[in-house]
Design a protein around this ligand. Structure first.
Ligand code: SF4
Length: 360
């Protein structure tokens, strides 16, 4: 059994301590090593060309360095890219690159867990169950590689990151927050080789709704945007499609979100997948309008993509537009998001099903 420590789990301080105190190396070697790991994304000690050969050998003997491998890269007719990554233990996760070149907006949607334990009834990922949480490095690496792909395909670096892929980010709280810290400090931002870190204002964490963890984000003064996967503005309906609502009902969630807003003033949005004859009536719109009164919030209505074995279908265009109009007439900022990457199963709630099937 391999018991070597994972070098990507060590802080800069810990690396410095090991290299200087234990291995008698000059302090700048730890800085060089740290830059290789995070700013340059090196995932083989051998490639760290400005470290002495002997040091590279010692590092390889003492530490594990586990890269992600791009297993498949699929391109949708609308330009969306879905990347399946294989982890060191053979498990698969998916990330999605959503380009909007005319707005110079390039968003990556990352996974935070392999599978998900919450089993929302409209979601393919939930059908997998939870295999494990990702580490901070595994989350960071998704963004690092997709940033490279984005520059290669579109000549532009990533502009936005959303934690909206496989898994519930607030159930893997520490690794997710650590990954945000790494991304805001070290993600390469251009070709000069000197610009690093993405603004936390360009990061959105999307949660199915865990009130306690939302309060924790507020208490830790997280500077990111928050999105709640709402999908129904009524407890009975929401519990019918999202079991998490039974212990985190709408009252507890709106109280936690109000607290988050009061403490941070960060942007909050509601994600609302429009499901035909389930949550798309005028009464549903009225309930949603009432729920928007607690704090400033924008609503993103998302076109649904059918998932095999799930008894929901997408709202038709007319109902969708009427629903959105009711909200905007009530003074709510609302956007309707057309589905992206339908032909490659890259849309919301579709991740992991097909790739997983091929490998089992
Ligand atoms: S919608 Fe999100 S929280 Fe719900 S099962 Fe899917 S991945 Fe998990």
């Amino acid at each position: 059994m391999n018991t070597k420590p994972d070098i990507l789990s060590l802080s800069h301080e810990e690396l410095r301590h090991i290299l200087t105190d234990t291995w008698q190396q000059p302090a700048f070697r730890a800085d060089q090593l740290h830059a290789w790991l995070w700013q340059r994304g090196a995932r083989e000690f051998e490639s760290m060309s400005n470290l002495p050969k002997g040091l590279r050998k010692n590092l390889a003997e003492a530490f594990e360095l586990q890269p992600l491998h791009i297993q498949t890269l699929q391109k949708s007719t609308d330009g969306t890219l879905k990347i399946a990554f294989q982890l060191h233990d053979g498990l698969l996760i998916e990330s999605v690159l959503i380009p909007v070149p005319r707005e110079k907006r390039f968003t990556v949607c990352v996974s935070s867990q392999v599978g998900c334990s919450l089993n929302c009834s409209f979601c393919a990922t939930g059908k997998m169950g939870l295999k494990r949480n990702l580490t901070a490095a595994e989350i960071y690496d998704q963004v690092f590689y997709v940033n490279q792909i984005c520059q290669r395909e579109f000549g532009h670096k990533l502009t936005n990151i959303v934690y909206m892929g496989m898994g519930e980010p607030l159930l893997t709280y520490r690794p997710v927050m650590k990954s945000i810290e790494l991304l805001t400090r070290f993600l390469p931002r251009g070709t000069s080789g000197e610009e690093f870190g993405i603004s936390p204002r360009r990061i959105t964490l999307s949660t199915a709704g865990i009130a306690k963890a939302i309060r924790r984000l507020a208490d830790e003064n997280a500077r990111i945007n928050l999105a709640l996967s709402l999908h129904a503005a009524d407890d009975a309906k929401r519990s019918a499609i999202m079991a998490i609502n039974e212990h985190n009902n709408l009252k507890s969630l709106t109280e936690a979100l109000s607290y988050f807003y009061r403490k941070t003033k960060n942007r909050i949005s509601y994600e609302y997948i429009a499901l035909r004859n389930f949550n798309d009536s005028p009464e549903d719109a009225q309930q949603l309008i009432r729920l928007c009164k607690h704090f400033p919030v924008r609503v993103n209505i998302i076109e649904y993509n059918p998932v095999e074995g799930v008894p929901f279908s997408a709202t038709d265009e007319e109902r969708l537009n009427a629903f959105a109009k009711r909200l905007s007439d009530a003074g709510i900022t609302v956007t309707v998001r057309r589905s992206r990457g339908k032909d490659i199963d890259a849309a919301c709630g579709q991740l992991a099903g097909k790739t997983e099937e091929k490998n089992t």
